[in-house]
Ligand binder design. Structure first.
Ligand code: ARG
Length: 457
């Protein structure tokens, strides 16, 4: 491509370090789309003839077909997807192909292609999260009043409902979706095309026209910024990293819940793996890999951030590494979401085991303290202390649940405590009582399920 300037061929390793075609061939659709918009604009501005444009359009369509059917002759000599397509175009249509690169550079070309790709991938990631949310809501509906222990510090805290726990992730994924398709997309919606190498061009191009044709809001207002910036990809990767962190926390819970020690749930055969040596094993490999992939996605963000932060304006070849990181993050994310949907859809929850665990660990102690406050007007701090003594008593006596402790033991600590108070200390009564907005009471959970379903409709 720059044979005019050099007498000798590049070293093999020079070519190897420089070629990106194996990675950026994935941008072929965006590259053809961008070139078609650019050629149409060149013709509309009489920079090329309409005959040349017609040949370019037809040639690019044929190339798209070749790539789609797998017959396109990709060549590492031609570095990247942009040069591969342009060279092939000239091979097919001759001189008109050589006019396509008028008034643009690979710098604005790649920024445009990659931005289009990233915006689309962000939308698709958000769509995947929507399906996961729907799956979670469905399971929450089945478990709206199933009781499980709620934890803080992974210590039994208060009984909650399974529905409530699953809906917590629906809320997280909703914010992830908003980040993926909201502000980040809006900020990226300026078109780099026409910024040329870095300084703009002297050809009378119409940047409004290409921006519009490609679905952007406006042409980028500064050519150096447009070719040198990758914050659209950084934003997408950080959004993805946060969403992957949420996936990873859910994956972590699946690992805990399906362990024989918890036994809150079991994975279906389709989403379990065995052990080559221990026949009893049913391992949650997919959940574990989701955790690990979340770490990698965060690292992809960190790597691109580190690449960009030391670059003077405008373009430098360091930026070519943006695509491998971004593609790998989006691939890992989409696979993680698919696996998570599969696991959640087919998981069996063990209602009895969850309920039994919820009752252990004196999980209804707060309910007793609340009764003392409500019925006897005891100051909360005092109620906390009285309840603490009762818990200690139960522990000393080896009684595992507050509801099983004889009334006499309560009254030995505080004579005012009645059978009515003791009767409140079941896990069912406990979750029913937590009916503040956003609370775990089955009634509240069902309202939230309805709210989500309306939102999805
Ligand atoms: N393959 C390059 C990339 O992805 C395209 C831009 C090349 N520009 C340049 N000035 N060498 O970054």
């Amino acid at each position: 491509m720059w044979g005019g300037r050099f007498a000798a061929q590049p070293a093999d390793a020079m070519q190897a370090i420089n070629a990106s075609i194996d990675v950026d061939k994935r941008l072929w659709r965006e590259d053809i789309e961008g070139s078609k918009a650019h050629a149409d604009m060149l013709a509309a501005q009489a920079i090329i003839t309409s005959e040349d444009n017609a040949a370019i359009q037809a040639g690019l369509d044929q190339i798209a077909a070749e790539i789609a059917e797998g017959t396109f002759p990709f060549s590492a000599d031609l570095e990247d997807i942009h040069l591969n397509i342009e060279a092939r175009l000239t091979e097919r249509i001759g001189e008109a192909g050589k006019r396509l690169h008028t008034g643009r550079s690979r710098n604005d070309q790649v920024a445009t292609d990659f931005k289009l790709w990233t915006m689309r991938a962000s939308r698709e990631a958000a769509d995947g999260l929507r399906v996961l949310q729907q799956t979670l809501v469905k399971r929450a509906e089945g478990g709206a009043e199933w009781i499980m222990p709620g934890f803080t510090h992974l210590q039994t805290a208060q009984p909650i409902t399974l529905g409530h726990h699953l809906l917590a992730y629906v809320s997280m994924f909703e914010r992830d979706r908003v980040r993926l398709i909201g502000g980040a997309l809006e900020a990226a919606w300026e078109c780099p095309l026409g910024s040329a190498a870095l300084a703009g061009t002297g050809y009378p191009i119409d940047r409004e026209m290409t921006a519009k044709a490609l679905g952007f809001h406006a042409p980028a207002a500064n050519s150096l910024d447009a070719v040198g910036s990758r914050d659209f990809a950084l934003a997408a990767l950080s959004n993805l990293a946060i969403a992957a962190t949420h996936l990873s926390r859910l994956a972590e819970e699946i690992v805990l819940w399906t362990s024989p020690q918890f036994a809150f749930a079991s994975l279906s055969d389709a989403w379990s793996t065995g052990s080559s040596i221990m026949p009893q094993k049913r391992n949650p490999d997919a959940a574990e890999l989701i955790r690990a992939k979340a770490a990698r996605i965060g690292a992809d963000f960190a790597a691109l951030n580190a690449i960009v932060q030391k670059l003077p304006l405008a373009y430098a070849k360091d930026l070519q590494e943006d695509k491998a990181l971004t593609f790998s993050a989006f691939d890992a994310f989409s696979l993680s979401v698919t696996a998570m949907i599969g696991m959640i859809e087919t998981m069996r929850f063990n209602r009895e085991a969850m309920r039994a665990a919820a009752a252990r660990g004196y999980s209804t102690a707060t309910d007793l303290a609340d009764w003392l406050v409500r019925e006897l007007k005891t100051p909360f701090r005092e109620a906390h202390e009285i309840t603490g003594k009762i818990v200690r008593r139960a522990e000393e006596m080896g009684v595992a649940e507050l509801g099983l402790l004889p009334l006499g033991e309560y009254q030995a600590v505080d004579a005012r405590i009645t059978e009515a108070a003791r009767a409140l200390l079941t896990v069912e009564k406990s979750v029913e009582s937590r009916d503040s907005y956003g609370g775990t009471a089955p009634q509240r959970v069902r309202e939230q399920i309805e709210r989500w379903k309306e939102m999805f409709a």
